[in-house]
Design a protein around this ligand. Structure first.
Ligand SMILES: [Zn+2]
Length: 165
């Protein structure tokens, strides 16, 4: 169980979602540069590809699990406490998110809602969906997260321009 202080820190972190995402493209040269500037601190999580740790409260990188997807993650004390994979197609005006996950001790601190809101704010005008179905126990989350959101995070197939991963 996280202390009250830690949970306060998580709420502060949620408040930074819109403004403080470090960003790394998936290109190899940049990855190499990041490896150098961080002196090899880059974590390898769950196998390929390497997801760099940028040292910012929120970061935007390649997804560790889905080829062609991005990952938006939040860090507290150097540990990732929230992550969601996403992909957008501007041609179709669509965005997809998959498996937003908050570590249990920091759930209900607003991290997932803030992360999704930041993605919407950075990519205005899109309709937002999930690629997979919603688990029954996550329906309340999706109902709340999708309220007033175009697309409502309803399940939708990937368009032909994007890779389902
Ligand atoms: Zn498309």
């Amino acid at each position: 169980m996280a202390s009250a202080q830690d949970r306060r820190a998580a709420r502060v972190l949620a408040g930074k979602a819109a403004s403080q995402a470090g960003r790394a493209s998936g290109r190899q040269p940049l990855r190499a540069a990041l490896m150098w500037v961080t002196r090899g601190r880059l974590g390898r999580r769950r196998g390929w590809p390497v997801v760099p740790v940028l040292g910012t409260p929120w970061q935007d990188t390649v997804s560790a699990e889905r080829t062609g997807w991005r990952q938006r993650a939040a860090f507290l004390g150097g540990t990732d406490v929230f992550a969601v994979d996403y992909q957008i197609c501007r041609r179709c005006g669509l965005g997809w998110v998959e498996q937003p996950y908050t570590v249990p001790q920091f759930q209900r601190c607003g991290l997932a809602a803030a992360g999704l809101a930041a993605l919407r704010a950075e990519n205005p005008g899109l309709h937002w969906h999930t690629l997979g179905g919603h688990f029954p126990d996550s329906e309340p989350f999706w109902s709340a997260a999708g309220a007033g959101v175009a697309g409502g995070y309803q399940q939708r197939e990937m368009c032909p321009h994007r890779n389902p991963g």
